[in-house]
Design a protein around this ligand. Structure first.
Ligand SMILES: C[S@@+](CC[C@H](N)C(=O)[O-])C[C@H]1O[C@@H](n2cnc3c(N)ncnc32)[C@H](O)[C@@H]1O
Length: 166
């Protein structure tokens, strides 16, 4: 069953439980797929986020399913020290699966505007799943067990530096 995602987004995408690429290990659950060619550097989506309080996250969210749909988000405690909390991503951002081997989407936080921008890392062909990197501290076993570990410091903060944006 394919769910078209065209109503609010000009990029041709669909949400599905299946990958049409048999040589790729399918990721569990739903994922986002391209319905036609997407050129490198295309902005896929700009998603607003809900930044969770540190205490709210530890006391509540970590004990719920929502925990699997949050991103690390930098924050500052009242004493001025930097800390990492979590943020809920609205829209497509919560539906991208992780891939070490086949990452084709990069993302960048804007902590002032509280948004995340997703962009094509390279040309993406019709039928390919759009995958991001969740970084190196996964809370699940990656479906593609042949994947090599992600670079330790790569938690997505500097990912847009990997591509040159004109
Ligand atoms: C943000 S959700 C992604 C959407 C999710 N597949 C769904 O159907 O709602 C993150 C969850 O997807 C699963 N997931 C994402 N990438 C994966 C991968 N490479 N291998 C195994 N599970 C993955 C994990 O259960 C993870 O906690």
């Amino acid at each position: 069953m394919l769910y078209p995602l065209l109503s609010t987004n000009p990029i041709p995408l669909f949400l599905s439980h299946q990958t049409p690429f048999k040589h790729l290990t399918p990721t569990p659950g739903r994922g986002v797929f391209a319905t036609s060619h997407i050129p490198a550097k295309t902005i896929i989506d700009v998603c607003p986020v809900l930044v969770l309080g540190l205490e709210e996250n530890v006391k509540h969210i970590e004990h719920t399913s929502l925990y699997h749909y949050t991103y690390n988000w930098p924050t500052t405690v009242p004493t001025g020290q930097p800390r990492t909390t979590q943020a809920v991503i609205f829209g497509l951002g919560s539906m991208f699966n992780h891939s070490t081997q086949n990452q084709n989407i990069v993302w960048e936080r804007d902590t002032r505007l509280q948004i995340i921008t997703y962009r094509a890392l390279r040309d993406i062909e019709a039928g390919e799943e759009l995958c991001i990197s969740y970084g190196s501290h996964l809370t699940f076993v990656e479906a593609d067990t042949s994947a090599v570990a992600a670079v330790e410091e790569d938690d997505g903060i500097e990912q847009l530096n990997q591509i040159h944006i004109d």
